[in-house]
Design a protein around this ligand. Sequence first.
Ligand code: 9PG
Length: 504
Amino acid sequence: MTPAVELLTPDLGLRDGELVDRLRRGWVVHGPQVRLVHPCPDARYYQHGWHSWSPARWVRIDRPPHRVEHQDRRLQGWDPGLDGADGHVSHWVGAVELPGGEILLLGALGVDAHVGASGDHLWGRSELALDWYVAIGPAQEVFEDYAARLGERLGSRTDDPGTLWCTWYSFGLDLSGERVLDVLGQLDGWPFDVFLVDDGWEVGVGDWEPNHRFPEGMTALADEVRATGRRPGLWLAPLIAHENSELARRHPDWLVTDAAGDPMVAGHNWGGRYHGLDTTHPAVREHLVALMRRVVHEWGWTYLKLDFLYAAAIPGWRHADDGREAAYRSGIELIRETVGDDVHLNACGAPIIPSLGVFDSLRIGPDVHPVWEDDFNARYIQDYAAPGTRYAVSTSVARLWLSDVITVDPDVAYFRTRYNLLRPDQRRLLADLCRITGFLATSDPPDWLDPEEATQLRDFLTQRPTVERLDWHRFELDGRLVDFSAASLDHPVADPWVTSGVHV
Ligand code: 9PG
């Protein structure tokens, strides 16, 4: 069936048949707004969240939009700039399933743009006029095509950092130089290329100096890592400042503010509020250059996980006002320029499309967790940006189409049963997702693993299975079927009898 797509942008002057032909080949239209009328009000809509942790999935257009309303909703990935928007809203890209199984996709070829679906139309809006990609075809093909066009506009940058060991998912903030050296010792003989010191080493979020638990200092620690033949990796959140940080106290004018000049709250963590830095402010730009020079050129860390990045793109007042995602992008471009091309930059909590072409790898889902889904969360608020292996797998699978333009990071896999409530099949699904992306990371310390778990981890790090994608959720790994439907938070295809017991 040929869908009756009506494209209501000015001056197209095309009749329907001609239009559909063009859309099958993929088409670029220009303007601040696009409206596409489609014949499928009860179909599913591909909703794409703002940053790494925000959900991406297929939702039914005729279900009420699901928004998490609590004080942390910014952190949870809902862009407050979209409050009041009608229907289901997306960032940069959305798509509708058409009868017969193909999709109609509308995607911005630039930043500061939104897409939404309500009733029988798909709309796109941006603050400034920009190019939009519109296409009809099989889902994977159309998404990959869109990604290729994005790559042409924003740049594409992929880099396999190799196998990675990260402190976060075993030790969290309970970190010290001593503990880091202990794990480094345990990893002797294990094939890890990168050793990543995650959150917990710093004096404060905004104050990027080692705390008292790291008396050896960051240069000596990077040297210790390098001496084991691994690349030293460090976590930092350079675009935020905690309310208690010295940076926030000394330089309130460096922060994104409200109209009254008070710092905007970008989220809550580390026992308080944190704010986003105004990356258009000349003093902030000087500060970022000095910080990156210190971490990379003075201390010697060459893999950086830059986190909570969305905070530099929240709505608010800035020194220069050319769009908030454009402001973010000018900040990360400055970081890239400062560190050079050889440093691997990993983006986390990052607005997705504005990060392309600058970062080497990008977290495409929320945090994994030694729990499939939190019971309270699943039952009551259904916040899919929260830590939970189900949420991480579901969102990451829905963003695999980005793989050609940036190395995608689905977070770490678990092999341990210690301190872990994941069932064996849930652990395997997560590890299979990591194998599919080729991003191979864990936080399991060898001394937490029994011999069988250790073998599984070693296989994970050393085997590179051939991957074939069968459809949106199903893959073959060395001929073995892997089906992500069990983790998926997609709404089922229209079925009037399925009304209870499903996620909103
Ligand atoms: C370090 C961690 C790890 C992790 C990141 C990020 O409060 N929160 O809602 C919240 C969300 C995400 C989060 C931490 C807290 O995780 O994704 O890998 O680096 O920061 O603090």
